[in-house]
Design a protein around this ligand. Structure first.
Ligand code: FUB
Length: 520
């Protein structure tokens, strides 16, 4: 009986589509991500409510595991009448750039949004690559129109995009990530941009024709990309992916990652005031959200790398409730607590690193790296800098260390370490395997482990090390950098395991837990 509500949905769909219409696969999702088995990745969610159904437009990541690129050929849809039921319809392929826009190239079906316009017509604002353009950056925003979210979508402006580096006026930004709002008075506004550049413009009520000037949007601290415009109780809210990074940032410690931040304004064109963070960084480097009110509840749709085989370029849509604090004016958005479907218990392991807090000799650590990667249990074929701890800087010292600290003493007799490098062994530049490394433990002072064995330095696989058992609260891996004289390479570690004598239940230290005090 779980899916009985879908009978009504199927009737709704069959009454508005043609014989070639995309077919829905019905599924029950016990939690985030909604599509989790790795058959379809789904990204850049844009929710829209149409009658009694919550639809989520999403792109589709198709990058192989070792490819760090946005391979996105088409858009897809998820739909539910009740997000809490976990019952969804999935339309895997509803439109492709080159099929909708004659002027568009295939691929790069980036973050679009469907908006319900006058007369109930649906408008798809879609960033795609222009086929024939002399623009330096070929991304452009097209508009398609349809009567149903599943299409068929047809170009509403067949002469070309409504926004590019050439139209309506020349600009030099990457024209992606559109978000559109129809205000209560019927006026229409579009915002778009990435790489720290956000533009806003009024459109005519036809939803297509640029009306006002392209205006840079200011005041949204750390804006990176993925704007989402909405209005609630007379206040305009702009959600966006922000990447102002640093050890004390309210947004993200690592610059490749983003938080979802937001600002408010008293009018569609500002002035905007930064208000804070809605969602902490997720497991994918990009973060992209859309928010909507549905049947009396607000929801935030976003994406993560949490599906089976997921990654930074294999992202999956998640949905959680979003709440406001109406005791202040304008109402603030309370931080969204990401939820996940039930996860299988971790198998018992000798690795005690998951319960440690990590520190390093090079703090503040360069913003491209993220020290939490050391003990997150993840190694990747093609990691990005925040998937590792690293020490590269324009001038690298001869020695660096990383350290695990536990709340209580642990007994250890081994370790495994996974190095990353972009330069060969012996190099004095870039990131290279260390010349050698050793382990020290705290016992009233730092002492080298006894009877050391192993300690290889090859990259891209675990290098085992064993030693006579020690009981300690702090363990250090000390690296002698490769190079000579005053010239040394940096060092990078994807994962470092600290092994006890026997397997035991794995305790994972929450990422936002306070750091454990140093051993001195
Ligand atoms: O999916 C491609 C790009 O990644 C989007 O345009 C950005 O917002 C980021 O999510």
């Amino acid at each position: 009986m779980r899916n009985s509500g879908w009978l009504a949905a199927a009737v709704f769909v069959s009454s508005v589509v043609t014989a070639q219409a995309p077919v829905a696969e019905r599924l029950h999702s016990p939690g985030n991500p909604i599509l989790a088995d790795g058959r379809y990745y789904s990204t850049d969610p844009a929710p829209v409510v149409i009658d009694d159904t919550l639809w989520i437009l999403a792109g589709r990541d198709e990058a192989p595991k070792d490819v760090n690129d946005f391979i996105m050929n088409e858009w897809q849809l998820l739909a539910t009448k009740d997000p809490k039921s976990g019952d969804w319809a999935h339309y895997p392929a509803i439109a492709r750039p080159e099929a909708v826009f004659a002027w568009a190239a295939p691929g790069r079906a980036y973050a679009g949004q469907i908006v319900r316009g006058p007369g109930g017509k649906l408008y798809l604002y879609a960033p795609v690559l222009e086929k024939d353009t002399d623009a330096k950056d070929g991304f452009a925003i097209g508009v398609a129109v349809a009567d149903s979210p599943i299409g068929p979508w047809r170009d509403a402006h067949p002469s070309g995009p409504i926004i590019s580096q050439r139209v309506p006026v020349a600009n030099a930004i990457q024209n992606i990530d559109p978000t559109v709002m129809i205000d209560d008075d019927g006026r229409v506004y579009i915002y778009w941009g990435t790489f720290g550049q956000l533009r806003g413009m009024e459109l005519e009520r036809d939803m297509i024709t640029p009306k006002g000037r392209e205006v840079p949007v200011e005041g949204l601290t750390g804006f990176f990309e993925a704007p989402w415009i909405m209005k609630r109780n007379g206040t305009y809210y702009m959600l966006y992916a922000g990447n102002h990074a640093g050890p004390r940032s309210d947004c993200t410690p690592a610059v490749y990652h983003a938080c979802i931040a937001y600002g408010t304004a008293p009018s569609p064109m500002g002035p905007w005031t930064y208000r804070g963070v809605v969602l902490k960084p997720v497991s994918s480097t990009t973060s992209h959200s859309g928010a909507v009110e549905f049947k009396g509840h607000w929801y935030l749709a976003y994406h993560t790398a949490d599906a089976v085989g997921g990654g930074h370029f294999r992202r999956s849509v998640a949905l959680d409730e979003m709440h406001f604090d109406d005791s202040v004016s304008p109402a603030t958005i309370l931080p969204v607590m990401p939820t996940r479907r039930p996860q299988p218990a971790l198998a018992p392991s000798r690795n005690l690193a998951r319960s440690a807090s990590a520190a390093a000799s090079n703090e503040p650590i360069p913003l491209q790296y993220w020290i939490k990667s050391l003990n997150d249990g993840i190694t990747k074929v093609a990691p990005l800098p925040p998937d590792m701890w690293g020490s590269w800087s324009p001038r690298n010292p001869a020695q660096q260390w990383i350290e695990y600290r536990w709340d209580k003493p642990v007994t250890l007799d081994g370790a495994r370490i996974w190095f990353w490098a972009d330069q060969p062994a012996g190099s004095a530049i870039g990131v290279a395997p260390p010349a050698r490394w050793h382990l020290e433990y705290w016992s009233g002072g730092w002492k080298p482990v006894s009877s050391p064995d192993g300690f290889g330095t090859a990259v891209g696989r675990f290098q085992p090390a064993s030693f006579a058992p020690v009981t300690t609260r702090c363990l250090r891996a000390v690296f002698d950098a490769s190079g000579a004289g005053g010239e040394h390479a940096g060092i990078a570690v994807e994962e470092w395991e600290a092994l006890g004598p026997r397997a035991q239940p794995v305790l994972v230290r929450p990422i936002d837990a306070a750091p454990v005090s140093a051993c001195n």
